[in-house]
Ligand binder design. Structure first.
Ligand code: CP
Length: 318
């Protein structure tokens, strides 16, 4: 594995999940693997879980970690080829990424979409440029369209929690929100679920919130949330803005919020969310504080998912 930007970089997703589960049992199994190596974590956007869990993971492998909030502390970056840099952008990514590649063994980037221009966001210019010019392996800490570290932890959590000898039904449901949010988490979750033959996967959302077909594939999409939730073993709750009317909020129907009443037709489903979550808007208190919420376990698993990815990159590239 050279980079970790999407499931397409992973030769064996189930093997990577097993590796993450093994690290959960033995955090210091490979405590010398990363000695003498440095992880650079570059943030263009805020983070709690991704930032801290990846640092803990790298330290468990013996790495040094440096975090750089480039949006606040660095020069403003230009990404366009051939730009005449007469404006407020001081440094081109060609130099910035190449220089960072000299300092770090592995580079991690978080870069959210602007949600203004679909083609620009879905072109993933920022992370592509870092990959092109850094010259070292790159890990996505969430890009404009995908959040693979989150999805690996999600898949790990489902594997860990569900021990019955049948396929669980996993439902990704849209929920209301007051802000326009990226499609990265649902895109990525769909990408990691759709070809996993150990589960049955369904997506539900109001009309107009269709995700990009490249991530959904042949997954069943149901616009009646109650129908979709019937018999669910896992309910993954997430808001996203429209892909068709790009970046727009076209529905805030509060009846899509996940409550105990909504969950009655499920198979006492476990509730997942990537966090942060707005209580009583996306998911009701009674659900988040109830016995079937696994959001904290899910967030805890971010450490082991990141550790599995970093260890694979260390083994494959050094
Ligand atoms: N789920 C997630 O990526 O959380 P943070 O944005 O806090 O990193």
């Amino acid at each position: 594995m050279r980079n970790f930007l999407s499931i397409e970089d992973v030769p064996d997703p189930s093997g990577l999940v097993n590796k993450a589960l093994a690290y959960k049992k033995q955090p210091f199994l490979d405590k010398a693997l990363g000695v003498g190596k440095t992880l650079g974590m570059i943030f263009l956007n805020p983070s709690l879980r991704t930032r801290i869990s990846t640092q803990v993971a790298a330290r468990n492998l013996g790495m040094e970690v440096i975090v750089f909030n480039i949006d606040k502390e660095g020069w403003q970056l230009e990404f366009a080829d051939g730009a005449v840099m007469k404006g407020d952008k001081t440094e081109h990514v060609k130099e910035a990424a190449a220089v960072l590649g000299q300092y770090f063994s592995i580079l991690c980037i978080r870069t959210f979409p602007k949600l203004l221009d679909r083609e620009e966001d879905y072109d993933e210019q920022v992370i592509r440029q870092f990959v092109k010019y850094a010259g070292v392996p790159v890990i996505s800490l969430e890009s404009a369209t995908l959040h693979p570290l989150q999805s690996l932890a999600d898949r790990m959590t489902i594997s860990e929690v569900f021990t019955e000898k049948r396929k669980p039904k996993v439902v990704l449901t849209w929920a209301p929100h007051v802000k326009a949010l990226p499609q990265a988490v649902p895109n990525s979750f769909a990408q990691w679920m759709k070809d996993w033959d150990a589960i049955d996967f369904v997506i539900t959302h109001p009309k107009g919130y269709e995700l990009d077909q490249q991530f959904v594939g042949t997954t069943s999409v149901i616009h009646d949330q109650d129908e979709a939730l019937t018999g669910a073993d896992f309910v993954y709750v997430k808001n996203w803005s429209s892909y068709q009317q790009y970046g727009k909020i076209i529905n805030t129907d509060p009846s899509w919020m996940i409550t105990n009443q909504k969950l009655l037709p499920t198979n006492q489903a476990k509730i997942m969310h990537c966090l942060p979550v707005r209580r009583n808007l996306v998911i009701a208190d009674e659900v988040l504080d109830g016995p079937d919420s696994i959001v904290i376990q899910q967030a805890g698993n971010r450490v082991w998912a990141a550790q599995a990815v970093i260890s694979e990159l260390l083994r494959s590239n050094f």
